[in-house]
Design a binder for this molecule. Structure first.
Ligand code: PLP
Length: 396
């Protein structure tokens, strides 16, 4: 009998991957499955980025790099941050990591242990809670409510902080609800955090460039008063359609930077070199593809929300960011997870049930609109037909 640490009895998972596997399995059996489950752009990485990786390989970039990443990439990240947020940061604080997830893994590992409390959004990205539980810390959910436009309430969040709180995780624009926290709420959060100097903040801004209707993304980096305890999570996966490359970056305050570097050396050494050159080309090359992708997501967003609201029993707020809609399905009489499963198995539409993102996700589904307009329209039709049939069956 092998005995592992107890954390492995508590570690969770990301059900989107299980849904993807099942959808692929059904597809391989010849079923026509429309996937609105997975959180990755359906666009290809732009050519000039792919070419940069090929060139890096041909130029002989085959070895380890510095654990923090190649210098030109760290500099390009700093330049990009100034361009987007107006905040000057030193490239010396940037760590290039193999995907956005690695930053949350590292930050939660740094602060989580038995007796500690970590605040995280619910509904939220499932790995936050999973990792908090893995470390033995107590996960403290911060409710993300539909009536607040799926943004966190700073007052509610601040009210959950205790002497044991070590880390607060915030995510805007948010997965799975598509909410964008308004500036006034971020102002209030940052002002309130001054009362709790023992608390670090992990701000997951991986969807920071995906906002709509002129809604501005407010980076927590733009508040100098908490920069000495802010960990910023960002990366290339979503905005440059590079999920499979595994490339992200984090900014670390001085007090944590060396710890993060040591963790990198212990765990992954560095991100593979050609991918780093690809990331450099992404930041320094033409940005047209980014604009086009966000414009296309915007068009699909309206299509998906209008279509969902036309289905009896379903109501959906217009998301302000990311590429997810989070319809309320309570009036259909279904629970979210059985509905997700029935839609996949019987109607060939893959979606994720809200409870996969936290207890407060019950009554909701996550619909990723990272699929073509045509497929979105077909999926909506199938959902409508399926639910109408279910309603008739229920009445009979
Ligand atoms: N943070 C959020 C909120 C996400 O939705 C995701 C991916 O879905 C990540 C981080 C992880 O991104 P990556 O694929 O770069 O690890």
């Amino acid at each position: 009998m092998l005995t592992t640490i107890s954390g492995f009895d508590r570690i969770g998972e990301e059900n989107a991957f299980a849904v993807l596997a099942r959808a692929n399995e059904l597809g391989a059996q010849g079923r026509d499955i429309i996937n609105l489950g997975i959180g990755q752009p359906d666009f290809e990485t732009p050519d000039h980025i792919v070419e940069a990786a090929i060139k890096a390989l041909k130029d002989g970039h085959h070895g380890y790099t510095a654990a923090t990443g190649i210098a030109p990439l760290r500099e390009a990240v700093a330049v990009d941050i100034v361009k987007r947020t107006g905040v000057e940061i030193s490239p010396e604080r940037v760590v290039i990591v193999p995907g956005g997830k690695v930053t949350m893994f590292a930050a939660i590992l740094m602060f989580g242990e038995s007796g500690a409390e970590i605040l995280y959004p619910d509904p939220g990205f499932p790995i936050y809670r999973s990792m908090i539980e893995f470390t033995g810390a107590t996960p403290v959910p911060v409710p993300i409510r539909e009536e607040n436009g799926f943004a966190f309430s700073a007052d509610e969040l601040l009210g959950l902080i205790s002497d044991r709180t070590r880390l607060v995780i915030v995510n805007s624009p948010a997965n799975p609800c598509g909410g964008v926290t308004p500036k006034a709420e971020v102002d209030k959060l940052v002002a309130g955090l001054e009362r709790y100097p023992h608390v670090a903040v992990l701000s997951d801004e991986i969807y920071g460039q995906m906002t709509y209707d002129g809604e501005a993304h407010v980076s927590i980096l733009s508040y100098p008063q908490i920069r000495d305890r802010l960990i910023l999570l960002d990366g290339w996966s979503k905005i440059y359609a590079m999920t499979g490359w595994r490339l992200g970056y984090s900014l670390w305050p001085d007090a944590l930077f060396d710890k993060m570097c040591k963790l990198a050396v212990n765990a992954w050494s560095c991100v593979n070199a050609p991918t780093q050159y690809a990331g450099l080309a992404a930041l320094t090359g033409p940005q047209d593809a980014v604009g086009e992708m966000v414009a296309e997501f915007d068009a699909r967003r309206k299509l998906v929300v209008d279509g969902l609201n036309a289905i009896p029993g379903v109501s959906c707020l217009m998301p302000k960011g990311a590429f997810y809609a989070f319809p309320n399905i309570r009036e259909t009489g279904w629970q979210a997870k059985p509905l997700a499963s029935a839609l996949l198995e019987e109607a060939g539409v893959a979606l994720i049930g809200g409870p996969d993102f936290g207890i407060l996700g019950e009554g909701y589904m996550r619909v990723s609109y990272a699929n073509s307009r045509e497929n979105i329209a077909r999926a909506l039709k199938r959902m409508e037909t399926f639910l109408a049939r279910g309603a008739v069956a229920k009445r009979e």
